[in-house]
Design a protein around this ligand. Structure first.
Ligand code: GLU
Length: 434
């Protein structure tokens, strides 16, 4: 057999920059793709596309610290797939960021964007840094240098970053300014999640949490759960967990436990969410909140609740703690919070898992609205934005629910079926060129 006909090597080899032991979240993503492949019909011929990021950039980000020393940080931007449109996805600043993690996050963006049918591919970026250890001027220098280093890859019609873990509107403003200064034209559409006065969109900050709440309410309705009086546990009380918690409390649910990097708190009678949000804004975390009791971090997963919202980092629900979970509904506000083994344990227990790739898609949906508003320089009201967001989330969720029923698969596999078909159909129609 001639060498060119032997596709088995190309089909099975991992990229040389990752070995099997360091797959991390990318390994979880690959398993999710394997689970969907039998449902892709003729498009399965293209599935390998999903297992290889299109483009990876690793950059050195040197900055001068306030004390005069020079520090180097590792930065990444990964474009996983651009078949359906420009790359889209956030930028994460965290001390544990790795290439494998950014690859997985970029791939989940491809799936998420296709699941809610916004016209984007998937991308993600990150810097391996603990931003809490930097002063504001150091953080600004880091952001600007990183933006310059990835400048050749991003652009309003190429790849559009946004906030993610530990990044916010101020960081997006610096990214927008740096890109604009380097290209010589004010370019608001190069990032989303900007402050409203700089071409940002009303409703963007709350959008991910609002989307989590919207699909949670739909799932509760479909599975006969009464949200009024339901007990909710939330991991991560930032942008996503904080907003989702507030909306569930407004709908009559009791927020009984909250965990973040500063500790775990519990109050079976329900935590005053508005007071907790004020505490977090002041202290940087839930630790030390007077309106609840402190709880062991490891006890969080076994807490008595109906709804569990992991809204922090990936790989939090694992085979070691999935068995303890008492919730009937898990809504993934974070990206990749549940490992494939844990997913199986939850499914076997009859827990309904609303997967990240649909549940947290509200953020990128309003990012899309922001990008459209920037292009047209015409801005919408918050009511209009929220109404459009809710409509998109409800319609996408109903579609995924129907596919899950049809194939008798989990909502994660159903979302992957819908999304991967869209991505691979676009891939096939565009064809290989050159
Ligand atoms: N970082 C968010 C996510 O993981 C939003 C990305 C975006 O708006 O582009 O979905």
């Amino acid at each position: 057999m001639s060498k060119s006909k032997d596709t088995s090597v190309a089909s099975h080899a991992l990229p040389s920059y990752l070995d099997a032991e360091h797959l991390g979240p990318w390994g979880n993503y690959l398993q999710q793709v394997d689970r969907v492949t039998p449902y892709l019909g003729n498009l399965a011929r293209w599935v390998e596309t999903l297992k290889r990021p299109k483009r990876i950039l690793v950059v050195d980000v040197p900055i001068e610290l306030d004390n005069g020393t020079i520090a180097h940080f590792e930065g990444y931007r990964v474009q996983h797939n651009l078949s359906r449109g420009p790359g889209k996805g956030g930028v994460r600043f965290h001390q544990d960021v790795t290439l494998s993690e950014v690859m997985a996050l970029s791939a989940w963006m491809s799936v998420k964007n296709a699941a809610v049918n916004v016209p984007y591919g998937g991308a993600k970026g990150g810097i391996r840094v603990d931003p809490r250890k930097l002063s504001m001027p150091e953080l600004e220098r880091l952001t600007r240098r990183y933006t310059s280093e990835i400048g050749m890859m991003i652009g309003p019609s190429k790849d559009i970053p946004a906030p993610d873990v530990n990044t916010n509107g101020q960081i997006m403003a610096w990214m927008m300014d740096t890109y604009s200064m380097n290209t010589g034209a004010t370019s608001t559409g190069v990032v989303t999640g900007k402050p409203v006065d700089l071409g940002g969109s009303l409703g963007r900050v709350e959008a991910t949490g609002r989307g989590v709440f919207t699909v949670g309410m739909e799932a509760a309705k479909l599975s006969g759960m009464n949200v009024q009086g339901a007990k909710v546990a939330v991991q991560g009380f930032g942008n996503v967990g904080g907003t989702a918690g507030k909306l569930f409390a407004e709908a009559g649910a009791l927020i009984v436990a909250v965990q973040d990097h500063t500790g775990t708190i519990h109050n079976a009678k329900g935590i005053d969410v508005i007071a907790l949000l004020a505490h977090v804004a002041k202290k940087g975390g839930v630790g030390g909140f007077a309106g609840a009791e402190k709880m062991e971090d490891s006890a969080f997963w076994g807490v008595t609740c109906d709804i569990l919202i992991p809204a922090a980092l990936e790989s939090q629900i694992t085979k070691d703690n999935a068995g303890k979970i008492k919730a009937k509904l898990v809504i993934e506000g974070a990206n990749g919070p549940t490992t494939p083994e844990a997913d199986d344990i939850l499914t076997d227990k009859g827990v309904l898992v609303l997967p990240d790739v649909i549940a947290n898609a509200g953020g990128v949906t309003v990012s899309y609205f922001e990008w459209v508003q920037d292009f047209s320089s015409f801005f919408w009201t918050e009511d209009e934005i929220n109404a459009r967001l809710v409509r998109i989330m409800q319609e996408a969720f109903a579609g995924v629910w129907a596919v899950a029923q049809e194939h008798k698969v989990t909502l994660r596999t159903a979302t992957f079926i819908v999304a991967c078909k869209r991505i691979l159909h676009a891939r096939e129609m565009r064809g290989l060129y050159p």
